[in-house]
Design a protein around this ligand. Structure first.
Ligand SMILES: [Ca+2]
Length: 344
């Protein structure tokens, strides 16, 4: 770890394993007047205001030492991994050094605003929100749907992660296999993320702390309406398919807000007992309270909540749980039942 402090000194901490070779261990005097720092893998490079530099950690027998022909005073971002380093220059071009097979920056690459260096590949983010990626095998494919990108991260084993303008995070690996979501062009099920970074063993995403179920509700809006925010057709009170269930109720009961489907509550009467069945989205149960209420006449004003019972039958279906509750009924007098969902 290395950190650039407010008064331009460098703080570095961590441990270097014994198997690393050629370790730089500068004195604190050398770590003054630092303009920026790039770190990752076994090495950190601190660039001073005068364009000189100092390194900390293992430079891999010289592999990670900056070559003389790069003007470090013009570096605006720097990332390092096990065997190569990548610098974003102030004119939007990219320089790389380290193992030769990893440092073949694509010709004519320009307009770059951010870079990320993995152990075996590199990512560059361009001004237009597109991403360029390369490894020792040349240019790497970028998944479809990955556009309007604002941040990139690269890990080991060819893992790439990007954050788009809406807050969706996409992750993929060299061979197109994705470890978490199953498909590289499907965003991770995180809700809205603020930033991403990579470690040697995976990807880290910073997501706002929310109540249980809120991230799932955001993701639900995104998959049905293309936005994380409760606006327009995605607002909680909207009912696009005109089935009488607003979006909050559709999410809570595992419904499809764009398709008129079966109601979330049904009743079957058998020999003096009404079995009341309703759908509950397991992802929503932390955010919504589900209350069954009964009333004897629709002219009456007060609905009576049914006590939650441990004897309720719960059956897990694909997208929801089905809750069945037995309700005694008298054949001679009507009884009505309704389901309320209250956002906590
Ligand atoms: Ca609806």
């Amino acid at each position: 770890m290395a950190s650039h402090t407010e008064d331009d000194r460098l703080a570095a901490w961590g441990a270097f394993p014994d198997y690393l070779f050629s370790v730089d261990n500068p004195s604190s005097d050398e770590l003054q007047n630092i303009r920026m720092v790039g770190a990752g893998g076994p090495y950190a490079i601190a660039i001073r205001h005068d364009g000189t530099w100092v390194g900390i950690g293992s430079h891999q027998r010289g592999t990670l030492l900056p070559p003389d022909d790069i003007d470090l005073s013009r570096v605006s971002a720097l990332d390092i991994d096990l065997w190569h380093a990548v610098a974003l220059m102030d004119d939007g071009t990219v320089k790389a050094w380290g193992r030769p097979e990893l440092t073949r920056v694509p010709e004519d690459l320009s307009g770059v605003t951010a870079i990320a260096c993995g152990s075996s590949h590199t990512l560059a983010l361009k001004q237009d929100g597109t991403v360029v990626s390369w490894s020792e095998d040349g240019l790497m494919a970028i998944p479809e749907n990955v556009q309007d990108i604002i941040a990139v991260a690269a890990g080991h084993h060819g893992i790439s992660a990007v954050l788009d303008r809406t807050g969706s995070v996409y992750v993929w690996t060299n061979d197109g296999y994705c470890c978490s979501s199953g498909a590289p062009d499907v965003p991770l099920d995180l809700g809205r993320a603020r930033s991403i970074d990579a470690t040697s063993s995976g990807i880290v995403a910073l997501v706002p702390l929310r109540r249980s179920g809120e991230a799932a509700f955001e993701q639900w809006r995104k998959s049905h309406f293309g936005t994380f925010d409760p606006v327009g057709h995605a607002a909680d009170g909207e009912d696009l398919d005109l089935d009488g269930l607003n979006n909050a109720m559709e999410f809570a009961t595992g419904g499809d807000p764009r398709r008129f489907g079966s109601p979330p509550l049904s009743v079957a009467v058998r020999s003096g007992v009404a079995q009341v069945t309703y759908r509950r989205n397991p992802l929503a149960s932390g955010l919504f309270e589900f209350i069954l209420e009964t009333i004897d006449s629709l002219d009456a004003e007060t609905w009576t909540p049914l006590p939650a019972s441990s004897a309720d039958w719960v059956t897990a279906r694909d997208n929801f749980d089905e809750i069945a509750v037995d309700l005694p009924v008298d054949a001679k007098s009507p009884r009505f039942v309704r389901l309320r969902t209250i956002q906590r």
